[in-house]
Ligand binder design. Sequence first.
Ligand SMILES: Cc1cc2nc3c(=O)[nH]c(=O)nc-3n(C[C@H](O)[C@H](O)[C@H](O)COP(=O)(O)OP(=O)(O)OC[C@H]3O[C@@H](n4cnc5c(N)ncnc54)[C@H](O)[C@@H]3O)c2cc1C
Length: 237
Amino acid sequence: ARTLPRPVLTLRGRDDARTLRAALLPGRHVLVIGAGFLGGEIAAAARDRGCRVTLVEAAGQPLLRVVGAVAGAFVAGLHREAGVDLRTGTTVTDLRAEPDAGAGYRVTLSDGTTRAVDTVVAALGAVPATDWLTDSGLDVTGAGGVRCDPFLRVLRPDGTVVPGVTAAGDVARAPHPLADGVPVLIGHWTNAIEQAAVAAHTLLHPRDPRPYDAVPSFWADLYGVRLRSVGLPAGAE
Ligand SMILES: Cc1cc2nc3c(=O)[nH]c(=O)nc-3n(C[C@H](O)[C@H](O)[C@H](O)COP(=O)(O)OP(=O)(O)OC[C@H]3O[C@@H](n4cnc5c(N)ncnc54)[C@H](O)[C@@H]3O)c2cc1C
């Protein structure tokens, strides 16, 4: 098998952003895998910079899991109006070096189509890195992250509190009133900031903790349109 001409790009930090920006040159064909927030914003940035964009999404709509079908269809319309070749219900089945264009890729999609692209960006979501906690006695089983109580105290698998340990941010799977008390992971920076304050309060005032109940919110910018979400919209439709 041929090795890929260069690695599939991801976007996590500043160096990734610099690498991606350098790759988004006018006329380049960019394949973005995953039409979540990150993939959607990367597709929009690539179109703004004059790239051709193919955006592949396994679900039936962009952002389906996060904002539901109605808002997802609206976002799909934004991408298509901007000239993005959005392929929903589609995955990448093969990716290899393009024999005719030294630096590019030949990609095959699950709908049977193939195309040559210059740059591939994977935006497939984040998974909390909790492997190193597997034997720690903390509950890192189940739906990912570290399970907490409403005060962000970390729990053992039997549901008892681990004294003096709290979690906050993307890694904290905590009950939320808007989820009927079901522990949820919330991957937004406002949540990380608000949970950090609650977790610190819990550590400083163990006899008088307060629950985490801030209303989650985030925004995303696509083609000059700002999408704002307040609450936990998943499953709201
Ligand atoms: C490209 C990008 C764009 C985003 N845009 C938005 C946005 O527009 N709006 C929004 O609300 N959210 C956005 N997010 C999500 C937001 O960045 C996260 O929700 C937020 O950073 C979570 O903060 P955190 O402190 O929980 O985790 P992080 O910011 O991921 O920080 C965790 C830190 O812990 C370190 N770490 C990991 N494992 C260990 C270990 N074992 N020991 C010590 N340190 C460790 C990591 O290196 C990292 O520095 C974006 C994320 C990305 C990647």
